[in-house]
Design a protein around this ligand. Structure first.
Ligand SMILES: Nc1ncnc2c1ncn2[C@@H]1O[C@H](COP(=O)(O)OP(=O)(O)OP(=O)(O)O)[C@@H](O)[C@H]1O
Ligand SMILES: [Mg+2]
Length: 410
């Protein structure tokens, strides 16, 4: 491993090794087998049972590639990688691992429950056990109210939650969560973090990838920082992040004279040291979550006084109607004068086109009628032709008589 790598003491060294990577390398090649990207470049790391390890790094640093090798979805180009002491491709491992992919692929026509039930069935669980687990998981990830909604209708955050539930369906000993908080609102992020803490309490081993540092900071025992496929730092959060050159003392608000006395003591003890006194800050996330929780509590009280009617209505709502309302609202266009004029012009053009078509149709009909007269008409026309012929014959004879009276034979 490179010397620049900041290596802190590994936590929980006495526990069994779950993941061991030595010189792990992955080179992606192009069509002509030429090296295209060295996604993971000779990395060494270990993950031990019960640890929550954060795999951090900017975009393209090799996090997902590492994760895919752990799952046996990608073959390493070099090095040695074992998971539970076996090859990542070992079938036995599949039962022990839960995976939340970077992008959750869901069958959009299945409901939340059916989705989980489908994944549960892949693990050969009985019907009762599947139903029990699915309901518990839906409750756990905050989707119990959306149990029967097709996942195709889900928001990004909801899809992430169902993905998380899916990763836990087989109650795996080792969870690999690739960007679990991506697409989640701060409240969702908080819930995922709480969930990871809960998993840790239950003795699970977890690898979380993220570039949202605050997410990782709160839940991970250890972080591995990747950059350009190489490990830049690997160690316990405490060891890596503690600034040992300073101290922070948090006390209740002090009167000015007490503060001055403390300043005096510090000046005497560290004459050249810089000192600052400030009020501690709460994080923006805590602030946001407090506000939303407060608002939620108020609405809960309101719905409580209505005996939870609102929730029952939502759950038993007509799904097709709901979907249509959502679709209509998404496709509805705002009325503007220009749009109204355009609409009128379109209507006029359609009307003119309709009239022209009708005229053409009438003309065609008339021609067809003329070409194929009715039998009675045909008969009377023949009679008329015969009469006309007789009349013309009579006229001719009369003309002959008048012009050549001498030629008269009778
Ligand atoms: N299938 C692939 N074919 C070719 N190159 C790939 C492939 N998958 C990943 N890479 C390359 O490997 C490098 C690491 O990618 P990877 O997806 O592991 O990064 P990441 O750390 O997960 O990034 P992000 O934070 O964006 O998810 C990138 O340069 C990427 O372009
Ligand atoms: Mg990734």
């Amino acid at each position: 491993m490179a010397e620049a790598v900041k290596q802190a003491e590994k936590s929980a060294p006495e526990r069994p090794v779950v993941v061991s990577a030595v010189g792990l390398t992955k080179v992606f090649r192009d069509f002509w087998n030429r090296p295209k990207a060295k996604a993971v470049n000779d990395i060494d790391f270990e993950v031990r049972e019960g640890e929550v390890v954060g795999l951090l790094g900017p975009n393209g640093s090799g996090k997902s590639t590492t994760v895919k090798m752990l799952l046996g979805l990608l073959y390493p180009t070099g090095g040695r990688l074992t998971v539970f002491g076996k090859s990542p491709r070992d079938v036995e491992n599949k039962k022990l691992i839960g995976y939340l992919p970077e992008e959750t692929y869901l069958y959009k026509y299945l409901t939340a429950f059916e989705t989980l039930d489908f994944f549960a069935s892949l693990f050969g669980l009985s019907k009762e056990e599947r139903t029990r687990r699915c309901d518990q998981l839906l409750d756990m990830v905050g989707l119990a109210h959306a149990r029967n909604r097709p996942v195709g209708e889900f928001s990004k955050g909801m899809a992430r939650r169902i993905g998380l539930a899916q990763a836990m369906i087989n109650d795996p000993a080792f969870l690999i969560l690739d960007e679990p908080t991506s697409g989640l609102d701060p409240l969702g992020c908080r819930e995922v973090k709480d969930l990871i803490k809960l998993l840790k309490k239950r003795g699970k081993t977890v690898i979380v990838t993220s570039h949202l540092l605050s997410d990782v900071e709160e839940v991970c025992d250890r972080i591995i920082v990747l950059y350009g496929g190489r490990i830049r730092a690997n160690g316990g959060m405490e060891d890596l992040l503690t600034i040992r050159a300073s101290d922070t003392i948090t006390v209740p608000r002090l009167p000015e004279d007490a503060l001055e006395r403390i300043r005096q003591i510090v000046r005497e003890s560290v004459p050249d040291g810089e000192m600052s006194v400030a009020h501690p800050h709460m994080s923006l996330e805590d602030f946001f979550v407090d506000i939303v929780n407060e608002a939620k509590k108020e609405s809960l009280e309101t719905s409580g006084s209505r005996s939870g009617g609102a929730i029952a209505e939502y759950l038993t709502g007509d799904r097709e109607h709901d979907a249509k309302v959502v679709l209509d609202s998404l496709t509805r266009e705002e009325e503007t004068p220009a749009r109204t004029l355009a609409k009128k012009m379109e209507e006029d053009a359609a009307k003119a086109e309709e009239e022209a078509a009708k005229k053409r149709q009438d003309e065609l009909f008339a021609k067809l009628q003329a070409a194929a007269p009715a039998p009675e008409e045909e008969k009377s026309r023949q009679e008329q032709q015969e009469i006309a012929a007789k009349m013309s014959e009579a006229n001719r004879k009369l003309k002959d008589l008048l012009t050549n009276p001498t030629d008269r034979k009778d």
